[in-house]
Design a protein around this ligand. Structure first.
Ligand SMILES: Cc1cc2nc3c(=O)[nH]c(=O)nc-3n(C[C@H](O)[C@H](O)[C@H](O)COP(=O)(O)O)c2cc1C
Length: 429
């Protein structure tokens, strides 16, 4: 009780909405209509990857000190030339109807906490509004044909002020979920509204938030609107177009990177050989990621694949990680295994659902405080000082995908201890 008053007293005085764990998921569940909530928690098929993303962090331990702890810790870093107050950015999520302010609220929260925002091309808010809320905004795209249309979209993002491009390639159109996919309508018309009315009424806060704006979620993707001012496609219209596009080749990636000409992150890399090819394609950064368990189920946790990838390319490109970050200590573990920073997907969405901009700020505050407390216990002055020696890593933890364990002619490990592999094992995926 005393602890609560000491730590959270001022926040509670501001209203009772502050939460102390990123598990704001429970709040999001209460606040959101079921189909919207289910779209956030979704993982593909059996949910093996989704669960492993979380479980793997639980398998890593810390080796804390008791004396000589440091009074000041520096959490700041840079990603793709952007200064971040903490090593956590917002991951792109194409989600609709969570909150009327959508990605603009998320961008404002990220700006207020000194970090960057990544905007999905499937997001509900236009890039211009998001950049106005947070100048450190990256624009994310998938590989969709035709090329001239893709370039038009990127030109719009560039003109709006996007500071970098994220190309996400880890999507193989798996739509089966053992717990059932939510029904998401193609567009909101009277019939849909009638169908969703009981859900909306069962979640009055969500309903009132939208009612106050005088709008209903329109389920369109404004960043994919044609340049001639025509209407934005619906979420599913755009998704269908993407499904019919041939998959990207490495030449396509090089071409897109050249066309963009600025900071370029390839998201979704899980294999060492892909990471090396990404370096050859000239990318500036990669994110070790399995799309939060939404892609090929059975892919190991991103954190298991990180050490081998960081060892292979960490001295050539910036290596980020996303997938399963729920606590500040998870961030610290990822950094100790070679990530420069992490991105959060669901955590920011739960914060948004729970309490709009303040909810996302709340999530970032929880992560900041968890990172700081781990740095204190580990006697680190900076997030940049973390190494695998700060962790307890049991044998068999890591996965080395796309490279044999004893690789003939393998490059020597870098001398930077941040990039040493924690443990290697044969691929299991
Ligand atoms: C509902 C939802 C929508 C997503 N949409 C996109 C997207 O449009 N583009 C993208 O690159 N990644 C997308 N992702 C993946 C996230 O960027 C990120 O990789 C993932 O959420 C990280 O895992 P976490 O949710 O455990 O933090 C989405 C994830 C979720 C949960």
């Amino acid at each position: 009780m005393l602890f609560d008053q000491l730590v959270h007293g001022d926040r509670q005085a501001m209203g009772n909405d502050w939460f102390e764990s990123v598990e704001a998921r429970r709040r999001a569940k209460r606040r959101l209509p079921r189909p919207v909530y289910m779209a956030l928690v979704a993982g593909s098929e059996r949910g093996l990857t989704l669960r492993d993303n979380l479980a793997a962090f639980g398998e890593l331990g810390f080796a804390p000190f008791v004396a000589g702890l440091l009074g000041e810790r520096d959490l700041s870093t840079t990603v793709l030339g952007q200064e971040l107050a903490l090593p956590v950015m917002i991951s792109p999520t194409g989600v609709q109807a969570v909150h009327p302010e959508g990605e603009v609220a998320v961008a404002r929260a990220a700006a207020a906490r000194g970090t960057a925002m990544a905007l999905s091309s499937f997001a509900s808010k236009p890039i211009e509004e998001v950049v106005a809320a947070n100048p450190r905004t990256f624009f994310q795209t998938y590989w969709t044909a035709p090329r001239d249309q893709l370039l038009q979209r990127l030109e719009r993002a560039r003109a709006a002020g996007a500071v970098g491009l994220i190309l996400t390639l880890d999507w193989s159109f798996s739509h089966g979920r053992d717990w059932g996919s939510p029904h998401i309508p193609d567009q909101v018309d009277l019939r849909t509204m009638a169908r969703f009315a009981p859900e909306a009424l069962a979640h009055p806060r969500w309903f009132l938030r939208w009612a106050r704006t005088g709008h209903v979620p329109d389920l369109t993707v404004p960043n994919l609107a044609p340049p001639d001012g025509g209407p934005a496609p619906t979420f599913f219209g755009a998704y269908g177009e993407w499904m019919q596009s041939p998959a990207a080749t490495w030449d396509d990636i090089t071409w897109l990177r050249e066309q963009w000409g600025g900071p370029f992150l390839l998201k979704g890399v899980m294999r060492v050989d892909d990471a090396r090819r990404a370096v050859d394609a000239g990318v500036s950064a990669i994110s070790v990621s399995n799309h939060g368990g939404n892609n090929l189920d059975g892919t190991p946790a991103a954190i298991r694949a990180l050490p081998a990838i960081a060892e292979a390319v960490g001295d050539q490109v910036e290596v980020l990680l996303d997938g399963g970050i729920r606590r500040g200590s998870d961030v610290v573990k990822a950094l100790a295994l070679g990530a420069r920073a992490v991105m959060i997907g669901r955590a920011s969405l739960w914060g948004l659902a729970a309490n709009g901009q303040a909810g996302v700020e709340n999530v970032l505050d929880i992560l900041r405080s968890g990172i700081d407390s781990a740095l204190l216990g580990l006697r680190k002055a900076s997030v940049r000082d973390l190494t695998p020696d700060d962790l307890v890593i049991l044998p068999g933890f890591a996965r080395r995908l796309g490279a044999p364990v004893e690789e003939p002619g393998a490059r020597p490990a870098t001398t930077d201890p941040r990039h040493r592999p924690a443990e290697t094992a044969t691929p299991t995926a």
